[in-house]
Structure formats: C-alpha cells, structure tokens
Design a protein around this ligand. Structure first.
Ligand SMILES: [Zn+2]
Length: 253
C-alpha cells in the first residue's frame, strides 16, 4: 500500500515537474516574442496545418510524355490507343483498391488480366490481415492519365501510366495522415506488359510468379495447356494483351 502511494506520489511529482517546465518555456517564449508575435506564431502554426490540408485536397499533376511516347508505341503497335490504356489503368486501380478495402481478391481472382499482379495483391492483403490494417477508398474519381514510360525488349513491351485521382481515405494506421471530411487527391503509377514473343519471354516468366492452381508450381510457359509438374490442365492465357504488373501510389502526404 505504502509502495503504491509512493509510486502515485512519484508520478504526480513527475507530472507537476513537466507542467512547470512547459509553463516556464511558454512564458519565456512569450516574453521573448511578445503577445502580438505570440499570436502570429500561433497563426503560423495554424496556417501550416491549413496548407497541409489544402495540399491534401489539391488535384495532383500526372507525370508523363504522352504525345512523344504514344508515337513510339504506335510504331510497334499500330492499333494502340492511349484512351484505351488510360481506361484500363483506371479500371485496374479501382478494382485493386476495392480488393484492398475488402481485404479480398474476389474482384481480380480468375480474371486473366490480373495474372501477373494477383500474387502481389494477395500477399499485401495477407499482410494487412496479420497486422490488422484497414483502408477505405470511397467515391473514387479519376482526373487524368499520362504515358510515363515505354520499353520493349526480351519478348515483351512495357508501358507505365501515371494516373491522377481522388477519394475519401480512411485507415487505422497511426502513421498515415488523412482528413475524413476532405477528399484526398493523389497519383498512382501502373505498369502494363504485352508479351509479343512468348519464346523470348520464357526466361522472364518466373519473375511474375504465375502458379498452378492445383500444385502451386510456377508455370514455366504461360502458353502451355498442362502444368509441367502435375499435369493439371492450365487455361491457355492470351498474353498478347496489355496486362497489369504493378500498381503503386506515387504520392505521400
Ligand atoms: Zn501443377
């Protein structure tokens, strides 16, 4: 009992001491800067937090060289249309955010447009579950997109798209700042791959880790109709289409 009392006394003592130190610092600052400037100091602090809120809701620019890169892509893919790939980028971002919010990959599971990215999203969701993380993305609205990069080698072509969008964001992560009453404006980078030559692409396929649904073995050749390990029929996947391989937020508040 006396130990508890002593502990309590000690705690109160510490609290009082901390309070006195704060008072001394506050009155010192006040004496040094004066009443008027003290008011200004407070308004500077509140302006800074207003600016942060403004920046949070300011529509973000996209990073890209659309017209230049579009010409390069058209040289290799004459039917390529930037409108189509921009719409695809928006559709993919929306579906992936839905999956993250519901912590369920139902939206992209069994959709062959997502074969390259599905394992990554699955892993991310498992991570969220084990750390008890929740994220919400409400009223998603897209502003604009741009082509950010284009490369072609090793049997595949790769396009990076920069997309600007807004949504009402909420999370239970302590280190992530959000305002539930203000729409967050942000930017994402998505990456799409088109395999134009499967024979050249072989050596890169494992890195995308597409696995057999029966035995889990990596599918060596996505054009195969059987798993080379267990013989389970594997749906032939049309690789001659732009398929998403990565989707990352490209903005931090
Ligand atoms: Zn198998």
């Amino acid at each position: 009992m006396s130990f508890l009392l002593a502990l309590l006394g000690g705690l109160i003592g510490i609290l009082v001491a901390v309070g006195i130190v704060f008072l001394i610092i506050y009155s010192k600052i006040k004496r040094t800067v004066g009443d008027v400037q003290m008011g200004e100091l407070k308004s500077v602090i509140s302006t800074a937090s207003n600016l942060q809120k403004e920046e949070y809701s300011r529509v973000k620019n996209v990073k890209g060289l659309t017209s230049l890169l579009e010409q390069d892509i058209r040289r290799d893919f004459p039917e390529f249309s930037k409108e189509v790939i921009f719409a695809l980028s928006e559709k993919c971002i929306r579906k992936i955010l839905n999956c993250i919010e519901s912590r369920d990959i139902f939206k992209i599971k069994d959709d062959t447009d997502y074969i390259y990215i599905e394992p990554k999203i699955q892993e991310h969701i498992e991570d969220m579950k084990s750390n008890d993380i929740n994220e919400k993305f409400d009223n998603i609205e897209f502003n604009r997109s741009a082509i950010r990069a284009y490369t072609k080698d090793g049997g595949r072509a790769t396009i990076k798209i920069s997309t600007s969008l807004g949504y009402f964001y909420q999370t239970n992560q302590k280190d992530k700042k959000y305002y539930s009453d203000v729409k967050k404006q942000t930017r994402y980078t998505t990456e799409f791959v088109y395999v134009y030559d499967e024979s050249k692409f072989d050596k890169h396929q494992i890195s995308y880790s597409v696995h057999c649904k029966n035995c889990g073995a990596p599918i060596q050749n996505l054009g195969n109709s059987y798993c080379t390990y267990c013989g389970t029929p594997v749906e032939r996947i049309n690789l001659k289409a732009w398929k998403i391989t990565s989707c990352e937020e490209d903005y931090n508040i």
